[in-house]
Each structure stands twice: as structure tokens, then as C-alpha cells.
Design a protein. Structure first.
Ligand code: HPA
Length: 271
């Protein structure tokens, strides 16, 4: 694991420029955001010894380093999902590579189903906390002590101070932002109506198939995390209609402008 991370770090250092202090992992609907960085440099995953490459069509499978608002940013274009068959400790590689390069703050976004009945498709939700029902954990296996403790605290995975500042900033800038708990299931199936009723009872506001492996890994190694879910659909059993990937993509496309405005605000004013 450490060899793969070190190989990635040296490839990324070789493309030059300042060390990034900000990391980005962007979900459905925002994958192209990395294209808006200035002075972009690329490192393909395929050129890093041992690095996994996602087979999902359209994934670019590369790191992008560039500048935004004068700050150096590293983004992953092509995210790995647990449901694709990767063990969760492989999902930790990107975040640990970022850590070794000097990243201090990470923005993670995703598309999610709305569990909270006050939400609607298009709602932007700041993640306050999570419930990991994925069945996996990225920290299982030998602990890499240079990154963090064997039994890490998870009381503040989604940094409290950054959340409070972001809520104020969103308000000042007229961006509506809910705040709630994200629950991860493994996927790739959408959940059953009974699972969604359970999710609501145990305190979840949104449900999805990503993000938690990355945010747990970041918290383990001391990176401050901000997580944003775009609610693309109401979760199973709430409306009398089946769920589909098309609906998720459609809502993501319709909401892309507001989502981008929020990401811009985070990079310009919060980070
Ligand atoms: N469930 C799980 N993942 C999702 C959903 C959902 O309803 N919508 C978008 N990603």
C-alpha cells in the first residue's frame, strides 16, 4: 500500500508546481469541475505502479493539479466505488497520496437519495456526520502508523468549525444549504423502502454509495473534511415511482450551476 502511495507522490511531485493544500473528490454532476482549474498538470492512474484504474465508462482516471483563486488544488478525476469491487483500503489511496503531498483540507461531494422528508431533488446538504452501513471500512488491515492511530476518534470527521463558517457564508451568498447525516450502503442496488424507513429511524437524512471511505481515511490522517451531498432523488418508497440512474443524472445536470457556485464559494472563501 505504502509503495503505491509513494509512487503516486513522486509522479505528482515530478509534474512540478507548489504543493497542494486543498483536495477535491467530486461526485456525479461535478466531475468536470477539475477542468476549471488554471495551469493544470495531469498524472494518469495507469502511469502509477500498482494504482487501480476504474473501468466505469467516461471516468478519466487521473489526478489533476492546478490553481483556483490562487490556491493550489489537487483533484481526483475518476472516483472508485466499493460496489465496483475494490476493497475499501484501496479507496484510501487517493486521500493518503494527498496527505503526503501536504493537503490539509478536503472537499468531498456526492449525489444522494433524500431520506429526510423535508428535502427535495436539488437540495444541497452539508454533511454533519455519517453512518457507515457499507459493510466495509477503509482502515481494516495493518494500521499505517505514519498516517494515524489504530483506533481513531471519529467525533469530528466533518470539521465543526468549517461547517459553521460555511453555513454563514452560504447564507450571506444566498445559497440554501441544509445540514444532515449521510448514510452509506454498499450499493449497487438502490435501497428497499424498508431500508429507507430504517435509515430515517436511526437518524439519516441522505443515503448514498460513496464518500465515507474517503472521509474516514482523511479524518484518520488529520485532514479537515467538508462534505456536500446533492439530493438527486427522494430515496426508495417515499414517492410512488422507481429509482433510476437517469433521474440521478438529470437532477445533477439541472443543479450543476448551484452546486458549482457552492464549490467555488468553498474554494474561494472557506479554504
Ligand atoms: N440511494 C443510494 N445512492 C444514491 C441515491 C439513492 O437513492 N441517489 C443517488 N445516489
Amino acid at each position: 500500500m505504502l509503495e503505491i502511495i509513494n509512487a503516486a507522490v513522486s509522479k505528482l511531485k515530478a509534474v512540478g508546481g507548489e504543493s497542494p493544500r486543498i483536495g477535491l473528490i467530486l461526485g456525479s454532476g461535478l466531475g468536470d469541475y477539475a477542468e476549471t482549474l488554471d495551469n493544470k498538470r495531469f498524472v494518469n492512474y495507469a502511469d502509477i505502479e500498482g494504482y487501480p484504474v476504474s473501468e466505469v465508462h467516461g471516468h478519466k482516471n487521473r489526478f489533476v493539479v492546478g490553481e483556483k483563486y490562487g490556491k493550489t488544488v489537487i483533484a481526483m478525476q475518476g472516483r472508485f466505488h466499493y460496489y465496483e469491487g475494490y476493497p475499501q483500503n484501496l479507496l484510501a489511496l487517493g486521500v493518503r497520496t494527498m496527505k503526503k503531498l501536504g493537503v490539509e483540507k478536503l472537499l468531498v461531494t456526492n449525489a444522494a437519495g433524500g431520506v429526510n422528508l423535508d428535502y427535495k431533488p436539488g437540495t444541497l446538504m452539508l454533511i454533519s456526520d455519517h453512518i457507515n452501513l457499507s459493510g466495509g471500512n477503509p482502515l481494516i488491515g495493518k494500521n499505517l502508523d505514519e498516517f494515524g492511530l489504530r483506533f481513531p476518534d471519529q467525533s469530528n470527521v466533518y470539521d465543526k468549525e468549517l461547517r459553521s463558517r460555511l453555513k454563514a457564508l452560504a447564507g450571506e451568498n444566498g445559497i440554501e444549504l441544509a445540514e444532515g447525516v449521510y448514510l452509506m450502503m454498499s450499493g449497487p442496488c438502490y435501497e428497499t423502502p424498508a431500508e429507507i424507513r430504517m435509515a430515517r429511524i436511526i437518524g439519516a437524512d441522505a443515503v448514498g454509495m460513496s464518500t465515507i471511505p474517503e472521509t474516514m481515511t482523511a479524518s484518520h490522517c488529520g485532514i479537515k473534511v467538508v462534505g456536500i451531498s446533492l439530493i438527486t432523488n427522494m430515496a426508495a418508497g417515499i414517492l410512488d415511482q422507481p429509482l433510476s440512474h437517469e433521474e440521478v443524472n438529470e437532477t445533477a445536470a439541472i443543479s450543476a450551476k448551484r452546486f458549482t457556485a457552492l464549490v467555488n464559494l468553498i474554494l474561494e472563501k472557506l479554504f
